[in-house]
Ligand binder design. Sequence first.
Ligand SMILES: Cc1ncc(C[n+]2csc(CCOP(=O)(O)OP(=O)(O)O)c2C)c(N)n1
Length: 353
Amino acid sequence: MADHPLPEPDVAREWFEAMLLIRHFEERAGEQYARAKVGGFLHLAIGEEASMVGTVRAMRDTDYLISTYRSHGQTIARGTPPGKVMAELFGRVDGLCHGRGGSMHMFDLPRRFMGGYGIVGGNLPIAAGFGLAADYLGNEDATVCQFGDGASNQGTFGETMNLAALWSLPVVFMVTNNRFGMGTALERHSAVTDLQVKGEGYGVPGMECDGMDVVDTFHVTTEALRIAREERRPVLVEAMTYRFRGHSMADPEEYRTKDEVEEWRKRDPIITFGDRLVAEGVITEDERAELDATAQQAADDAVAFADASPVPEPGSLYDDVYVLGGQVHGWYSVDERGAGVRRGEDIGGEGHR
Ligand SMILES: Cc1ncc(C[n+]2csc(CCOP(=O)(O)OP(=O)(O)O)c2C)c(N)n1
């Protein structure tokens, strides 16, 4: 991996601020989960901040990003106010999705952040769809699709690589190799552990970046996006990283040793980047401490914002439900008779069976 120079000082500083904000946000989110403020699951990405910020900063505002259930960091990096992300975790009305999605389902259309996706590997075909749309419309929008090493074993991976290559779609697939799929180590879940080559048999060339280094991630993703946008073909980037915390908050972490985690923590992307900024005179040690305190305050403010936001009114349960009456063939339905849920009843209407 190349030794890239730092970007302009104000840019380098902004990347550092973004990484600090994500780290403190995640730590606060974990604390709030322990206090039962967060419903459902909570997957933290502590340790993966450089792979998120480096990638998002290589993107244009008009590019699409789609990720997984571990995506608070991408949401914040893309520009969503942290308070709205925290309020979403809390299930409050001021949450990014009005409290209806929770941790796994962040979605910010104006910022072209297309989620947050709970189904492992399910975001890959959707990303191909964004690529196909850009191709169809003949515009320059590229798509970045981030997913985990475990997801690279899903059937959707091969199916999507094939069509993306066949149809020359402008998509950068980024496999965030944090070395585990839940409690299963890479060597135990994938026959091919050099993940960047996994797309080659389908016609998708691979690249690798140091996901612990925001500068390297930025440069590799920039080149991958150039290829996608200008040469109109997909690329698979493998970002080498590590998650410092458990898979979710309910993970006893019996599948790895504390020594291994400590070894990776020596490469903490925030510490190493901060050290570099100080060593190269971009910030002083005092400024580093100030930036850290500012980010911590922003995470605290996010919690206060979420706390102050009301829970949704029960009567709003059916707001934003788009399937009505006779369109429904399924088990659940909501129809013109009112807000009551009809379970498997005959609701009438054209085409109902
Ligand atoms: C289709 C599907 N199968 C299984 C699960 C349960 N599950 C949730 S996360 C996960 C591990 C995925 O690991 P990886 O893709 O490496 O992502 P990471 O959690 O490391 O970010 C699994 C199996 C799921 N959500 N969806």
